[in-house]
Design a protein around this ligand. Structure first.
Ligand code: GLC
Length: 592
């Protein structure tokens, strides 16, 4: 048997071969003119979504929420945020996806709730309340001068501390994110059961096909609480991921969630439901494997974020938006690591380079100038479809949407994280701690802020890009929507949209080598081109990508025995890759 035969442990399963398409409800399509996208808007565009050739819709949070963190702060799991629609609208969407042979998964945000959730309101009401222990409450500490101090020195995700003082009951509560997002106490059995019922079974009973599990490795905290070591001399608060990430009981909690809830449900076409976890701060393959090894029965797959952290400081530190230039070999090593880590195991991997928490891939990894952005988007499409694992696309990626223009004022950035990092940068610049910080953080946000992905979808060249019929949208529409929009691309066979449809079909046709193949990097140290080989039994594919705006040589030798499957250019030139061109060559076994 060939050494590259499909190993038994990479069993073919529907969700490995599926392409997922993430919809961010606020920014997809507004049906009623209030400037916010909504569920009826998604329903209006269901034919468009199905036409892409995607298999699963992942809907970002549409639950009731005060929207401090765009719905990742849920005040009622069993209700829908009114501007997005109703529970019945979501039921209609579930039905419409299924009728179009697509599955649908929801976001499962259960590390924390909003402070407006009834559970937290009760918990906060008194120290004796039966739900007091559903969140983490701690008495104050005092320094040598008698000043009140938080229980620990931990830094939160959004550039502040993790503890907020509650006047009413005179204690602090824990929040890894914004102060309006208190962490649920998973140590409390009753609390876990309530989460399973309200956030999970409620929607599984309505027929959804699985979940994207938000912040999945943070439910278990190191107890009793203690300070993190001091590594940042500019702040009192300190990066503290080791205190709340991949904690002592995390695998037990995820196993329980799977065993007691998920394993009892099937998809609309009677297959196992799917889970994909958001796994931050887990950079060792050995620590990722237990989450996704099939035999462990925890999660089907996770997002590991080294690729989207390229150019960023470590998450949870104040450097996240302090951009550090990177070179192509660094990117290649990341891709190689997370492509190869499943080989010889029963684990699975994911392929993506965009989501609602990152800048647009064309702007971050390639070239978003008018001359090069179409080529860049197509080249990056080949980078994705050639990789092993489950493919996730983010709305607008299929039309090559790019970051907000650089000349936009910082007030156009609406995200809580961007605002807090920006405020911190102003403070540290003005108090003399770091004189150039403001400029550096502005630059970082222009490239990497979460806001870029949240700009309204560019449907057509009419006012507000056809996103809303109202005067204004919740976030400003990109200035370039007349040049980059879906309607124009529908009419253009050379468009990014047409290209995505084509290559998603090719990925399916050659799923053996693209979805399940083994990965080998070619010419790892080359700064200009990214070339990799995929193998499946006797079949080989070679993906060659030019990341520069100059022509580059193609690898010599093996291509002579291979056929060109696809190029991102309409006309190819022998022997070299044109600027920002991508190509895939393939050889079929026993071909004469
Ligand atoms: C996840 C979400 C992000 C959110 C955070 C807090 O990282 O992707 O958007 O801010 O969780 O829920």
């Amino acid at each position: 048997m060939s050494p590259h035969a499909d190993p038994l442990h990479h069993r073919r399963v529907w969700w490995k071969e599926a392409t997922f398409y993430q919809i961010y409800p606020a920014s997809f399509k507004d049906s009623d003119g209030d400037g916010w996208g909504d569920i009826p808007g998604i329903l209006q565009r269901i034919d468009y979504i199905a036409s892409l050739g995607v298999d699963v819709v992942w809907l970002s949070p549409m639950f009731d929420s005060p929207q401090i963190d765009m719905g990742y702060d849920i005040s009622d799991y069993e209700n829908v945020y009114a501007p997005y629609g109703t529970v019945e609208d979501v039921e209609r969407l579930i039905d419409a996806c299924h009728k179009n042979h697509m599955k649908i998964i929801l976001d499962l945000v259960i590390n924390h709730t909003s402070d407006q959730h009834a559970w937290f309101k009760e918990s906060r009401s008194s120290k004796e309340n039966p739900k007091r222990d559903w969140y983490f409450w701690q008495p104050a500490c005092y320094d040598e001068h008698g000043n009140r101090m938080s229980p620990t020195n931990w830094r939160s995700y959004f550039a502040g501390g993790t503890w907020t003082w509650d006047e009413h009951t005179q204690e602090y509560y824990l929040h890894l994110y914004d102060s309006s997002q208190p962490d649920l106490n998973w140590e409390n059995e009753e609390c876990r059961q309530a989460i399973y019922d309200s956030a999970m079974r409620f929607w599984l009973n309505k027929g959804i096909d699985g979940f994207r599990v938000d912040t999945v490795n943070k439910y278990s905290k190191v107890l009793p609480f203690r300070d993190a070591p001091i590594t940042d001399s500019t702040n009192y608060i300190q990066p503290a991921a080791e205190m709340w990430c991949n904690g002592p009981r995390i695998h037990e909690f995820i196993k329980e969630m799977n065993r007691d809830v998920l394993s009892h449900y099937r998809t609309y076409d009677d297959q196992p439901v799917v889970t994909v976890g958001e796994l931050s701060l887990c950079s060792e393959t050995d620590s990722v494997i237990p989450y996704v090894s099939a035999i462990q029965r925890e999660l089907d797959m996770v997002f590991q974020f080294d690729i989207t952290h390229l150019g960023q400081g470590p998450p949870g530190c104040n450097d996240k938006y302090d951009f550090a230039p990177w070179k192509l070999p660094e990117m290649k090593r990341i891709v190689e690591k997370w492509q190869c880590f499943i080989e010889g195991t029963d684990a699975w991997t994911t392929v993506f380079n965009e989501n609602h928490d990152n800048g647009r891939s064309v702007s971050r990894y390639a070239n978003d100038s008018p001359e090069w952005r179409t080529h860049s988007a197509k080249m990056l499409a080949l980078w994705l479809i050639g990789q092993t694992g489950t493919l996730f696309l983010y709305q607008g990626q299929e039309i090559g949407m790019i970051n907000a223009p650089k000349d936009w004022d910082m007030s156009e950035y609406k995200d809580v994280e961007s605002k807090n990092y920006w405020a911190e940068a102003i403070r540290l610049t003005e108090d003399g701690t770091d004189f150039t910080r403001k400029d550096r953080i502005r630059h970082g946000l222009q490239l990497m802020a979460r806001d870029h992905a949240r700009l309204p979808f560019q449907w057509d060249g009419t006012k507000n890009a056809g996103f809303t019929s109202g005067e204004e949208s919740w976030m400003r529409v990109h200035d370039d929507y007349r040049e980059i929009n879906a309607a124009a691309q529908e009419k253009d066979e050379e468009s990014v949209l047409a290209f995505y449809r084509r290559v998603l079909r090719l990925r399916k046709e050659h799923r053996d080598v693209f979805v399940y193949g083994t990965f080998e990097l070619v010419d790892a140290e080359n700064d200009d081109t990214f070339v990799f080989r995929k193998r499946y039994q006797d079949k080989t594919a070679l993906v060659a990508l030019n990341f520069t705006t100059q022509a580059q040589p193609l690898p010599e030798g093996e291509l002579e025995t291979m056929d060109l499957l696809v190029s991102s250019y309409a006309k190819v030139v022998p022997g070299r890759l044109q600027p920002l061109e991508g190509r895939i060559y393939i050889n079929y076994p026993n071909q004469f």
